[in-house]
Design a protein around this ligand. Sequence first.
Ligand SMILES: *Cc1c(COP(=O)(O)O)cnc(C)c1O
Length: 369
Amino acid sequence: MNAQATAELTIDLGALVANYGLLQRLARPAQAGAAIKADAYGLGAERAAPALLEAGCRQFFVAILSEAIALRPIVPEAAIHVLSGPTGGDEAAFLRHRLVPVLNSPHQIALWSRWCAANGASPAALHIDTGMSRLGLAPAELDRLVADPAPLTAFPVPLVMSHLASADAPQSPQNAQQLAAFRSALDRLLPLLPDRPAISFANSSGIFLGRDYAFDLVRPGAALYGVNPTPAAPNPMRQVIGLKARILQVRHIDAHQAVGYGAAHRSTRATSLATLGLGYADGMFRALSHAGAAFVGGIRAPFVGRVSMDLITIDVGHVPAHLVQPGAWVEILGEHQSADELAEAAGTIGYEVLTALGSRYQRRYIPAA
Ligand SMILES: *Cc1c(COP(=O)(O)O)cnc(C)c1O
């Protein structure tokens, strides 16, 4: 333990494993994979992936090739899917590291089939767009592929997937529309494939839409890491991360005394402030200025003044003085505040809070039992 640390991020791998277990049970008989892109949503793929593997996860999804290459030695036998697919010229790297590209467009299908024709067949997944207009074959592109499926004969297709846009809003009619679109796409595509692929549709929130959405393989990310997949209801997931920061300095200020950059805060009363050693460079968004809070001995202490790069000031005028000492720890994320709650104060979502966590924290991993 480095005594100099000003902020410590705790990652509870036992909670991660428990969350995987819950999602796996809910998805049954589908398998649960894991979206582990962006360094396991900021938690550290190097530690999260082995814990998930140990919990039974055999299918991993990352966004880009370099993430997959880094993940390969950590989960040597598991399937690793690269959601962004090949960009052209990088096909050999997929093969070398036994990675499965997700082919999202006619262009990527053409790249992969040409490369396989010259170098030997290597598996690739297909992504059908059912309503995101982001990645995946658009309806007209699927029509053309069905009319001329020749490129699909060059390689095996172990997985066909689509992605939900509104799964966190169970009442949204888009969910059923996407499900219907996916089913009709599968009806047309599957007869063209010699072997039945695994079918994958649901992200974290999609798992909570029910069995119809689970197909063969679900792809949770955020819920594994503790983000609430059912925002309108209590969070069924365990919290995985905790974040605490040390008080660097305590000050007593007069009424109307300026605090921080731009003198953006002036207290209406004399009070005490504590300065914490973390800031927007650590993922404490500047939008949390005048909006976020820390918890000192369980007592809410609001951020006052602007969040700066490395420092935040909190008002502790109402907190018993013995709790407000230089070197004392205060909670940012934990028992009193989830990533979703901090996100709300910043006008964003828990996903962004997690993935924005900086690299400066002292990290402590609690091993899964
Ligand atoms: C990120 C991602 C997931 C995981 O989504 P969560 O909402 O974090 O569960 C699943 N599928 C795709 C295609 C993704 O990009």
